[in-house]
Design a protein around this ligand. Structure first.
Ligand code: C5P
Length: 222
């Protein structure tokens, strides 16, 4: 049996990619499988946390975790804003769409209407909002997929979004990121040297993330 170092802590994890409606049947989606978020949730639950997953994907809930299903960035935002204030740890592992159709059509757009023009607007940055309203003592974790200048971009987002940890996906490597069962990441926290977690099963990556979360909680109460 592993450590129960999150006993009694409420952990909220977002997982999966959001889907933004174009019309009654079509969406703008992304390839996120939710696997890394579910692995973080499973690891936190195994270590004693009470876990809520705010999820866009249809996956079995890990033992000890409750799942709240959402579809759009707006729905994910309202769920996270409701759950985060009383959470000890919040992990935004979801791939939130950056853009959505400005106005969803409430019927199916017909082929004979011609090729539609879809006007996009930005979605709210959920994580930035959670950071701006972060309660004292909460550990707030973001994910980032960076192709270049990973360290500089991760450090900038840490500060700008008031995060305690950024998990940067090494998107250049093979077998990492979307849909794979394995991942390779670098952990960035304020005032700490980056720590690389080499290619491993997503559950092992999750364990490294939760180890860092536990260390940050300890440092905050010392
Ligand atoms: O700035 P960037 O999109 O790279 O940040 C990624 C992080 O921000 C992820 O943790 C993701 O869940 C979160 N995010 C968000 N709302 C958005 C876009 C990203 O919460 N609209």
């Amino acid at each position: 049996l592993g450590p129960r170092d999150l006993d009694g802590v409420h952990v909220v994890v977002s997982a999966g990619g959001t889907r933004e409606p174009i019309d009654a049947v079509r969406v703008i989606a992304n390839r996120s499988s939710g696997k890394q978020g579910y692995a973080v949730a499973a690891e936190a639950a195994a270590r004693g946390a009470s876990v809520t997953i705010v999820s866009t994907v249809d996956r079995p809930a890990p033992v000890g975790a409750a799942v709240e299903r959402v579809e759009t960035a707006a729905q994910m935002q309202s769920a996270m804003e409701r759950l985060a204030p009383s959470a000890g740890v919040v992990v935004m592992a979801a791939a939130v769409a950056d853009f959505r159709p400005a106005a969803a059509v409430d019927r199916k757009i017909k082929k004979h209407d011609g090729v539609p023009e879809i006007v996009l607007e930005p979605t709210p940055d959920i994580l930035a909002g959670l950071g701006a309203n972060k309660p004292a003592g909460q550990v707030l974790v973001g994910f980032a997929a960076e192709t270049d200048d990973m360290a500089a971009n991760a450090q900038r987002k840490l500060v700008a979004k008031h995060l305690d940890l950024i998990v940067a996906n090494d998107v250049a490597a093979d077998a990492t990121g979307f849909q794979h069962d394995t991942n390779a990441v670098t952990l960035f926290s304020p005032d700490q040297s980056p720590v690389e977690v080499p290619l491993a099963d997503k559950r092992q990556i999750a364990a490294a993330v939760i180890d860092r979360v536990v260390a940050l909680r300890r440092a905050a109460t010392d």
